[in-house]
Design a protein around this ligand. Structure first.
Ligand code: IPE
Ligand code: IPE
Ligand code: MG
Length: 249
């Protein structure tokens, strides 16, 4: 355990989460996969509350990937319906907690009912100044990078004028800092095309807990572990320790 007084890192400003394991959680209980998705909403609720209370500024949740369109149509439909219901059911609570909702992804490909529900909650929470909750829907990292490249070409910027900072302006959320921490539940250890650009230097936390079982304690444990990690950004361990000691004196 790391004592907070000696933590290597401050609280992450931005946490990204790959919410995985709903289907297996349901199957283990002899239920349909959709049962797991419905229970996953409870975990989202708990995470949003915990992130807000901790003072995390941005929480990005991978809710539906570009690749998820290839799931059985009934599951896709159920997920879309669940999204609409959850957005409508949670909006008052989001407003009361000061949570601002935003979404990233190929939103045009979502059913009209989802787009309307998203638009409605985004409008109603637009002035909220607490946690920024970002839902990734019909999203993939390669899609985002491809869109950014299209934007750059259309803008007519010359090749010599393009740099990383400029490229970022064409990504979905140029104003949002990169996630310091990525959490993936369910024991899978891969990125599955999530935030490929932004996760370049994130710390990765993999937990075997299935998403419908993931609660505040798991989240706090992930943050605790993150705070004790050494982030080097290409430098040596010795350089890092010199920097820390110099900062202390
Ligand atoms: C994550 O749970 C939810 C979505 C991808 C929408 P899964 O549905 O992937 O659950 P598993 O991985 O099959 O258990
Ligand atoms: C990633 O989970 C996408 C979301 C959590 C929305 P998947 O369950 O779809 O990922 P893979 O296909 O197992 O890598
Ligand atoms: Mg999965």
């Amino acid at each position: 355990m790391v004592d907070s007084a000696t933590d290597a890192n401050p609280l992450p400003r931005h946490v990204a989460v790959i919410m995985d394991g709903n289907g297996r959680w349901a199957r283990e209980r002899g239920e349909d996969r959709v049962f797991g998705h419905a229970h996953g909403v409870e975990s989202v609720r708990a995470m949003v509350r915990a992130a807000g209370e901790l003072g995390v500024e941005f929480l990005t949740l991978y809710a539906f990937s570009t690749e998820n369109w290839s799931r059985p149509q009934e599951e896709v439909n159920a997920l879309m319906e669940l999204l609409v219901r959850s957005l409508a059911g949670e909006v008052e609570e989001l407003v009361s907690q000061g949570v601002r909702l935003r979404s990233i992804g190929a939103l045009d490909s979502l059913p009209e009912s989802c787009r309307r529900a998203l638009h409605d909650v985004e409008e109603r929470t637009a002035d909220c100044t607490g946690l920024n909750l970002i839902l990734a829907l019909s999203y993939s990292g390669r899609w985002e990078i491809t869109e950014a490249i299209k934007g750059i070409v259309q803008s007519g910027i010359k090749a010599e004028a393009i740099d990383e900072k400029g490229l970022r302006q064409f990504m979905c959320m140029p104003d949002v800092p990169d996630p310091e921490l990525l959490i993936r539940t369910s024991g899978e250890q891969r990125l599955s095309n999530f935030l490929l650009w932004q996760l370049a230097y994130s710390e990765l936390h993999f937990t075997p807990v299935m998403w419908p079982d993931f609660r505040e304690d798991h989240f706090r444990a992930a943050i605790h572990e993150f705070r004790g990690r050494e982030r080097r950004f290409g430098r040596t361990g010795e350089q890092m320790h010199h920097a820390t000691n110099a900062g202390d004196s």
